[in-house]
Design a protein around this ligand. Structure first.
Ligand SMILES: *Cc1c(COP(=O)(O)O)cnc(C)c1O
Length: 378
């Protein structure tokens, strides 16, 4: 008999989603915007400590609008972390821009500030600076923001933070996503909170959010008839989904605690295995452990991450390699890459384990037992 499937990071309802959704339905405000969207924006802004927030249909839409607000145009270069999901870089290409990929450092697995500094220094001498930096905070962990922010300020480059995976994390006590010109979050089904699909753009700049709000609503000018002076998008979040987001947001801290607990359970059960290590937690803040990730040193373990993945799959358990670096993706072939070896090594050695907040200790025990069996070949 096959056991129930354990997914990597499935949506998890924790309480009052139905209540808020019913409230939204009964109010008659189904679409497109409405009081739930307004409240979600307000509550989200407060939760992350950003003055202004704009609820959108996806995190990808939020990156797209952030790049537009940063002034990115056809032919511009935009620096992007190489170790990330492709959605961090796709919107650069929507605008006719060219991504330049920067390798990770090994403390947080995020963009290496030293590599960025060297590259910007060279580019400044050539008079060819990029328009923006998309800094990704991967797997629930903040990048080392301060030196990257300083570089962006020094060279006059817009900093956009892709915090899609990092809601609930901290950097020196504050939420990543709130340091640069704009920050984005995602409420896709696999993220720490979900609206089934959605995103948020945050900023300190009220005019930026106001203008992005206009663009996201088909760029309607304030006229009684439909007047358009700019190209617009249909990127707003529905009032119903915002109600689900509000309910989920209320349990954010509980979710972070649960994900961190899951990580600890894995560490206790697998930490003694030779050749097995874990994603580090950087000293500058709290990692949410959105995903629990192990690294396997094949020379020591004698088994590849893929062999472990297949053993888990055979038992109806979903595990996945670490993001394939964007500079290795066929679609980004020919883009410049600065470094790359750190991200490549993480891709080769890393395995993301099921980390959903609905998991029980028995689930973790089941997963850990399989990994122990494969690694110890017992
Ligand atoms: C999920 C994700 C996105 C995209 O968010 P969507 O809401 O799915 O569009 C962007 N960047 C990173 C790093 C992500 O993990």
């Amino acid at each position: 008999m096959t056991k129930p499937r354990l997914y990597l990071s499935p949506p998890h309802l924790m309480g009052n989603e139905a209540e808020l959704l019913t409230e939204a339905l009964q109010s008659g405000w189904i679409a497109p915007l409405g009081p739930q969207v307004d409240a979600f924006e307000r509550e989200f802004a407060e939760a992350v400590g950003a003055p202004y927030a704009l609820a959108l249909s996806s995190g990808t839409a939020a990156i797209h609008l952030a790049l537009i607000e940063a002034g990115v145009q056809a032919g511009d270069e935009v620096v992007v972390s190489t170790l990330t999901f492709a959605a961090s870089a796709f919107p650069v290409v929507y605008l006719g821009g060219r991504p330049v990929f920067i390798d990770s450092e090994s403390t947080s697995w995020n963009m290496d500030p030293n590599l960025l500094a060297e590259w910007l220094h060279k580019r400044a001498q050539l008079g060819k600076l990029p328009k923006a930096v998309v800094l990704v905070h991967l797997y629930g962990q903040s990048a080392d923001i301060a030196p990257i922010l300083r570089l962006c300020q020094e060279y006059g480059i817009a900093l956009i933070e892709d915090a899609a995976e990092a809601l609930g994390a901290t950097y020196r006590g504050k939420s990543p996503g709130t340091f640069g010109l704009a920050g984005i979050f995602s409420f896709n089904g696999n993220k720490i909170i979900t609206t089934s699909g959605g995103g948020m753009l945050v900023s300190h700049d009220e005019r930026l959010i106001q203008h992005a709000r206009k663009l996201a609503t088909q760029a309607r000018e304030p006229f009684p008839y439909y007047e358009h002076a700019e190209i617009g998008y249909n990127y707003r979040l529905s009032n119903l989904l915002a109600a689900v987001g509000r309910a989920q947001l209320r349990t954010l801290e509980e979710r972070v605690q649960k994900r961190r607990w899951i990580f600890e359970q894995y560490r206790q059960r697998l930490g003694d295995l030779p050749g097995v290590s874990f994603m580090p937690e950087a000293p500058w803040g709290r990692c949410t452990r959105w995903l629990s990730i192990i690294l396997l040193d094949e020379r020591e373990t004698g088994v590849s991450p893929e062999a472990v993945r297949l053993a888990l799959e055979a038992e109806n358990i979903e595990a996945r390699p670490v993001w394939k670096p964007l500079h290795l993706q066929p679609v980004f072939q020919g883009c410049e890459v600065v470094g790359g070896a750190v991200a490549e090594s993480l891709f080769q050695r890393g395995l993301c384990l099921p980390s959903g907040t609905g998991m029980t200790e028995a689930d973790i025990e089941r997963i850990a037992a399989i990994i122990r069996r494969v690694v110890l070949r017992s």
